[in-house]
Ligand binder design. Structure first.
Ligand code: PLP
Length: 244
């Protein structure tokens, strides 16, 4: 544990640095930095790291796996003004637990999952659950996310929901070494958001766009991201040595 204070000190520095880069990208795009929520992706990092990030001022945390998040949230404890985001694929058999734990689920990609979440909210007495529709823009068979074919049934299902509310879109584009190459995907997600707004799914200017990770969040912000999901740039590499 002797290295811990150092590690946490650099965490504060990295948080400030990422915030500064968010502000710069927002300004470049003529947007206000407060339009962009930084989600600190704490997956694989233990509770003490989350606590340090909280103390350094992080308010939003992203987790990939329901089970891992459950343990961590219990250890860290709920805090006023802190939100937990599920950003990884949600299996049907974990949905009940997810309804108990998360403030926002980014990975909703099928009508049956929406239907299940609505039923589980009713059973748990949860009046509302905000979710994002995860969109697969690349048509990658191995990735989760709704394709254009799935959109109609998803939208119909949301229309039947009283508790589950679709608040925007999320995407996880293919990885490119050159972050500039990912720009068309971010742009397409924004265009889809605008189309769905025109069709009345979202109120004007109201819908979230969850896009951008450590290596490409600046491009995402230029293309309209309202939530960026940043892990490595804040916490260092996962499953390896901490970043310098
Ligand atoms: C892990 C993860 C991130 C964060 O990735 P980094 O490259 O570490 O910033 C963002 N979004 C999703 C869906 C992830 O699984």
């Amino acid at each position: 544990m002797s290295e811990a204070p150092d590690k946490f000190e650099s965490l504060r520095g990295r948080l400030d640095a990422v915030r500064a880069r968010i502000a710069e990208s927002a300004h470049r795009a003529g947007r206000a930095p407060r339009e962009v929520t930084l989600i600190a992706v704490s997956k694989t990092h233990p509770a003490p790291v989350v606590r340090a990030a909280l103390d350094a001022g992080a308010t939003d945390f992203g987790e990939n796996r329901v089970q891992e998040a459950a343990g961590k949230i219990e250890e860290v404890g709920r805090r006023e003004g802190v939100r937990w985001h599920l950003i990884g694929h949600l299996q049907a058999n974990k949905a009940r637990r997810a309804v108990e734990l998360f403030d926002l689920i980014h990975s909703v990609d099928s009508a049956p999952l929406v239907e299940r979440l609505e039923r589980l909210c009713a059973e748990a007495g949860r009046a509302s659950l905000d979710v994002l529709m995860q969109i697969d823009l690349a048509g990658e068979a191995t990735k989760s996310g709704a394709r254009s074919d799935d959109l109609k049934s998803l939208l119909e299902e949301f229309g039947r929901c009283a508790r589950v509310r679709c608040r925007g879109l999320m995407t996880l584009p293919p990885f490119f070494d050159d972050a500039g190459q990912v720009r068309p995907y971010f742009r397409r997600l924004r265009e889809l958001r605008d189309q769905l707004t025109a069709r009345g799914l979202f109120r004007d200017g109201d819908a979230e766009l969850s896009m951008g990770m450590s290596h490409d969040f600046e491009v995402a912000i230029e293309e309209g991201a309202t939530m960026v999901r940043v892990g490595t740039a804040l916490f260092g590499a996962r499953g390896g040595a901490a970043a310098p």
